[in-house]
Design a binder for this molecule. Structure first.
Ligand code: PHE
Length: 334
């Protein structure tokens, strides 16, 4: 009995498995239900009572050995080439089409912009899309009758209810600046990406919702020169060191002085300037409304039009393409 087991062990050790066919042969001969290992099983029953244990142990050892040899050979063959696992496997068949998911162009551009600002030492922050009048307008130095508060531009969620603040879908990411300055003491150096809403007619250039990335840098002695340098670094890192850009004086209630940046968009039909951001030095009135001392601190703020930047980056003509979620467009960015 013991010899029978030992001889199978010797036999197993001498088997050579060189191909997928050998492997299958081995499996049938030794490991299958009617294979040589299975044939040993009845021996346990036949063994005298005092030997059952030892016979059982030895059979188990052989069984394990047979399995190990199989596993090792299989791994060796897989590493050296494909193994046909089933008769139906046909390596000459064309593969099934492989569809890979991709990031939306807006996500891609947001990631790129973030990485530029992270390199410049900015952190990230966010705030609510449903804002109150104070954060969206008043603290940002919008006079009470400023046209931007007009029903034309703003989606009011609650208006003129006695004792309750007006609620709006935020029209820009600048209210997050206010929240940051209220909750942190300078130095502050953060970017704040997010969705904003405007009640505008929908065209190729404007949509009722879009994306902005706000930037805020507040510290002692922050200068306009630093703002300019930051914007130029951004434009070069996004569009290449030979990017054509211009900075134009502008107006925002919450910055003084204010400016806008345009980037040249080269097209077959001739080029055009495309505005990508507004920026400026934080107005002292904004500091006061947020509890920051304007005699101690200065700062710059900027608001990037992410959609414009994505259109420019990927040569898209219509902002609505970014929100239709047509897979035929988006899959081009996979
Ligand atoms: N919030 C402004 C807008 O939506 C952009 C801006 C941000 C301008 C910060 C200056 C500073 O148009």
């Amino acid at each position: 009995m013991i010899e029978q087991i030992a001889s199978l062990k010797t036999e197993l050790e001498s088997v050579s498995i060189q191909s997928a066919a050998d492997l299958e042969n081995y499996r049938l001969t030794y490991l299958s239900k009617k294979g040589k290992v299975a044939e040993l099983m009845p021996l346990i029953g036949q063994a005298p009572v005092d030997q059952k244990r030892i016979v059982g142990q030895q059979i188990n050892e052989v069984k394990q050995l047979a399995q190990d040899l199989f596993d090792q050979a299989q791994q060796r063959l897989e590493e050296s080439g494909p193994v046909l696992k089933k008769a139906t496997d046909d390596l000459s068949l064309p593969v099934l089409p492989f569809t890979q998911g991709g990031l939306h162009p807006l996500s891609l551009v947001i990631q790129e912009i973030k990485s530029v600002f992270f390199r410049l030492g900015f952190t990230i922050a966010d705030g609510p899309e449903l804002e109150d009048d104070f954060h969206n307008f008043t603290a940002l130095n919008f006079p009470p009758e400023h046209p931007a508060r007009d029903m034309q531009d703003t989606f009011f969620i609650r208006k003129d209810e006695p004792g309750k603040p007006d609620l709006v879908m935020r029209t820009h990411t600048s209210p997050v600046q206010v929240r940051l300055m209220q909750s942190q003491t300078p130095p502050i150096r953060s970017i704040m990406p997010g969705r904003v809403y405007r009640n505008e007619s929908i065209t190729a250039k404007s949509y009722c919702l879009f994306n902005q990335i706000e930037g805020l840098y507040v510290d002692k002695h922050v200068t306009l020169a630093e703002l300019k340098e930051t914007l130029i670094v951004l434009a070069k890192m996004m569009y290449g060191s030979d990017v054509k850009y211009r900075l134009r004086p502008s107006f925002f209630p919450f910055t003084e002085p204010s400016l806008e940046m345009d980037v040249w968009w080269e097209r077959k039909s001739g080029g055009q300037w495309l505005e990508i951001l507004g920026a400026g030095m934080v107005d002292p009135n904004v500091f006061k409304a947020c509890g920051v001392d304007p005699d101690v601190y200065t700062g710059f703020a900027l608001g990037l039009g992410v959609d414009r930047m994505a259109m420019l980056r990927y040569g898209l003509n219509d902002i609505r393409d970014l929100y239709d979620n047509d897979v035929r467009l988006i899959s081009q960015f996979a």
